[in-house]
Ligand binder design. Structure first.
Ligand code: GDP
Ligand code: GDP
Length: 454
């Protein structure tokens, strides 16, 4: 019976030799007692492995080597915790976060008999924001009749639940096939390996100085030949070395080509802007500082906000400003850019090159903020103090409580507050502001949403 096969013992596992190639990592998460250890043991094929019948016995994060159909991968059991601890939700969120960070694929184990619990929902929430492939295992489906129970797990919003019985091995081969399917060809480079050049979108209304800036940046420094340029599609990227590092300026063909203004410049600009933002991590929004801020400038800024990218606003043509204009510009900025007080600002002249070198530190700061993560414990300690000092306004005679909070994702940073009731928008914004004050995030948008627990 193939389904009952002990999975880790397919022949190739015996021959698998140690080598230095990084292996893809599958992290196993789930609340205590759903059968994680049993499933891990089945995956790695270790019969003698101990399964604690005492729920929630704390163990360290352990990694095992596994092989299935000749493919090797590493399984990380993210461990257990003390389920009686009051900080249960916190621990769960942390565990899921750690898993999401270190894994190529996440195996989220749930108990089909018990169904979806609050803890499962929290994990689901964190995992959905992780950007990693998630496989939802519905464990303890020991027989055909139990399959129906597994369908309830669809509500986690993680796609199709994979029914499995870790204990008896039922459908565990199918589960491993699904895992194999999601393993990346080249596993994520770990241990501080370099990521590719950061991707920058240079956006702004026509004639604001985009191509001048691009030329200045490219002219001042070495232009690197992009092996991909021209070979794929129209939006050609340029790799430009700035501050000793290559940066990828995306969709520069649209900036270089001058024919665009002939046909509906405004429309073209917004289509191009969207496309460039889509492919970028950070936007440099150019604004003509010598002229009054226009609707189009604000529309472009809105597009950047919508995209969730981090942002540097570069006020260009600074060489044309006199004291008068400078004064009015400050007023306009205060009035018009209230939505993005977090955006980093640089005053430059693309024409003369004045202060163009200040763009790189701004880009680096913004990107760092965009990718940063507040540890769950720190976030919750901070919020506990904050709420104690300034409790949320009472609504309908009830005092809503923040049960706990977690940063569900980075790039952009998104925070989720699990609350016992509705928080006024002003209070939510207050928290958002205080999170910024406490943890920084200069140059990056952040999102704070709430989820009401019944
Ligand atoms: P963990 O805390 O998530 O690591 O869970 P364990 O692997 O320690 O399993 C908890 C309990 O569930 C143990 O008593 C297991 O024997 C039981 N269990 C695990 N998998 C299955 C399964 O597929 N079917 C049934 N019926 N019980 C299971
Ligand atoms: P794009 O349409 O955004 O690519 O704008 P261009 O780079 O083509 O610039 C439009 C016009 O503004 C050109 O005549 C540039 O020489 C001029 N320009 C660009 N940057 C500056 C600047 O910093 N100072 C001044 N005085 N003129 C600039």
């Amino acid at each position: 019976d193939a389904e009952l096969a002990d999975l880790g013992t397919d022949e190739s596992s015996e021959e698998a030799e140690y080598d230095n190639d990084p292996q893809p990592v599958v992290a196993v998460v789930g609340r205590p007692n759903v059968g994680k250890s049993t499933l891990v043991n089945r995956i790695i094929g270790r019969r003698e492995a101990v399964v604690e019948d005492v729920p929630g016995v704390t163990r360290d994060r352990v990694t095992y080597d596994a092989t299935w159909r000749g493919r090797r991968f590493t399984v990380v059991d993210t461990g257990g915790w003390d389920p009686d601890a009051t900080g249960m939700a916190l621990k769960i969120a942390e565990q899921a976060q750690i898993a999401a960070e270190l894994a190529d694929v996440i195996l989220f184990v749930t108990d089909a008999i018990v169904g979806v619990t609050d803890a499962d929902e929290i994990v689901g929430h964190v995992l959905r924001g992780s950007g990693k492939p998630v496989i939802l295992a519905a464990n303890k489906v020991d027989n055909q009749q139990m399959e129906l129970e597994a369908t309830g797990l669809w509500s986690l919003g993680l796609g199709e639940p994979q029914p499995v019985s870790a204990l008896h091995g039922r459908s565990s081969g199918d589960l491993l096939d699904v895992i194999l399917d999601k393993l990346p060809e080249t596993p994520k480079q770990r241990f501080g390996a370099e990521r590719g050049p950061r991707r920058v979108a240079l956006v702004g209304k026509p004639n604001v100085g985009k191509s001048s800036l691009l030329n200045k940046l490219a002219g001042q420094e070495r232009v690197l030949v992009d092996p991909m340029a021209g070979t794929t599609r129209d939006p050609v990227d340029e790799l430009i070395e700035l501050g000793g590092k290559p940066w990828r300026f995306v969709d520069t063909a649209g900036i270089r080509r001058r024919d665009r203004e002939l046909q509906g410049a405004d429309f073209y600009a917004s289509v191009r802007t969207r496309a460039a933002l889509e492919r970028s991590e950070i936007a440099v929004v150019l604004i003509d500082a010598s002229e009054v801020l226009t609707e189009q400038d604000l529309r472009i800024i809105s597009l950047v906000i919508e995209s969730g990218r981090c942002m540097v606003v570069a006020f260009n043509k600074w060489d044309l400003l006199d004291a008068d204009r400078r004064y009015y510009l400050e007023k306009e900025i205060d009035r018009q850019l209230v939505r993005v007080p977090w955006a980093l600002r640089a005053n430059i002249s693309a024409k003369t090159g004045w202060h163009v070198d200040r763009l790189v530190p701004a880009l680096e700061t913004a990107l760092k903020s965009w990718s940063s993560r507040v540890p769950t414990a720190r976030l919750n300690a901070f919020l506990t103090d904050l709420v104690a000092a300034t409790p949320p306004p009472v609504r309908g005679g009830k005092q809503p409580k923040i049960l706990f909070a977690t940063q569900a994702s980075t790039e952009p940073p998104k925070f989720v507050l699990f609350t016992s009731g509705f928080l006024e928008e002003t209070y939510r914004r207050f928290i958002e502001r205080r999170i910024r004050e406490e943890f920084g995030f200069a140059g990056s948008p952040i999102e704070v949403t709430m989820k009401i627990r019944e």
